[in-house]
Write a protein of this length. Sequence first.
Length: 503
Amino acid sequence: MKKTIVIFALVLTALAGRAALPEPDLIAQIHFAGAQKISAEKNFSSFTNEFCSAEALALRSQVADKLAPWLAGWLQAKLGVTVPDGAAKLRPLLDDLQKSEWFLEARAAADGKPEVAVAIKLEAGRAQVWQSNLKPFFGSATFNQSGRWLIFDSATGNLGSSVAQKISAPPAGWLTVDVNWPRLARWYPKLHELGLPETQFTVTAPDANLHVDGKFFFPENLPLNLADWQLPTNVIHAPFNSFTAVRGFASWLKSQEWAQVFQITPTPDQAFIWALSGMPFQTFLAVPVPDSAEALTQAYARLQPVFDPAKTAAHFMSPFNLSETNGEVTLAGVPFAAPFLQAVNKPGGQFLLAGAFENSPVGRPPPAELFQRLAAKNLVFYHWEITAEREPMLLNLGQLGLMLTQHRQLDGESAAFKWVAKITPTLGTTVTEVTKNAPDQMTFTRSAPGGFTAFELLALVNWIDAPNFPGWDLKVPPRPQRIRRPNPNAPVARPPPAPAPAH
């Protein structure tokens, strides 16, 4: 599931450009316009429904309820303080952070410790609550008032002065974020596992869609091989409700420990994923390879240990039978689906084709607009989908995958499930593009009614619904072994005769 978090974070973060280089002491800068201001936008019902509906409010409350005790424990451990009822003190502040407009700035101070400042626009009386509830955590904190704005600084007050200057001219967008993930990981080491670069993005709503734009700043030049696209035109066909193309990832894939068990040689450097309209399990993956037959042989050899029934009882709901016949690897025993991996050798090229269900007969070719978008210079990633159609299909596929791998499925009665069911019908076309614009930078753009893709929504709700949120442990506890009851009619075992005494 950690890799899902990585994919979700990379695709979600569409970023905004800037002229200056990343600031060396910056940890994070965030501006949020607040739910009250966003919900006032009458012409933007999709996101208002997503963030301010009854289902959204229930989910927001649940998230805050889970986040408050975790944050209270983390702060006490990092700051070396003991705060009785720490979670209860932080919980009402999380509600204010959802509703109100605020700025946050965090920087690494000269002594190496982080300093945090927040300027938040509060209703009358709430400023006093913030002061009394934060003071036990931050004994040396300073609090200042500027009109309706409360300015909190965890340390000297210098950073608070910097944040106060932003109040007079807030950004026009709904959300502006600049996060240096590697520096933040010094205080939250689990972020190292994601390997994210410094990230900056802005969210605006100039029309009926949310627009997310920006950049990733990598610590070193990216070894990307942006070879010409090898689109599997002989196996992909319309109508589909989702299409993804990505290239240049071979060097990254080689470095990932989790992927070593699946590696084939040479390592694929392009991938295409699409889903047909109709059947929920007709989602396919194609990767170009020089020799599809050899690649299939290698893949089968790598997959055999993964599905060895003698070794995988702790990983799968039941044993599955992996077999190779006539250029195809199949996995038998999977309910509702028929997973396969095929060697494809067509005039358009050779590929490994994987799917959860049999491909339909070839229909209409892909639309010409798709080829035009892939022709964009230095394009690394392209994704298009009809999110309202894709989400229910992906939810079915995801629930099946979680069940088969003994992970916790999303509860149909949970606040997270009800929220995603509420907003899905309002979500239209989502388009995301990632382009390499410098040796160590990537530019992101997205246009989407709700800001998220179907995959991101699925990952988000499963994460929120995890019992250990903000952790992500969905693993189901091992089933206890059945205890065999004694048979009252069975003969009673008698002890062996004692040995004869020695002479």
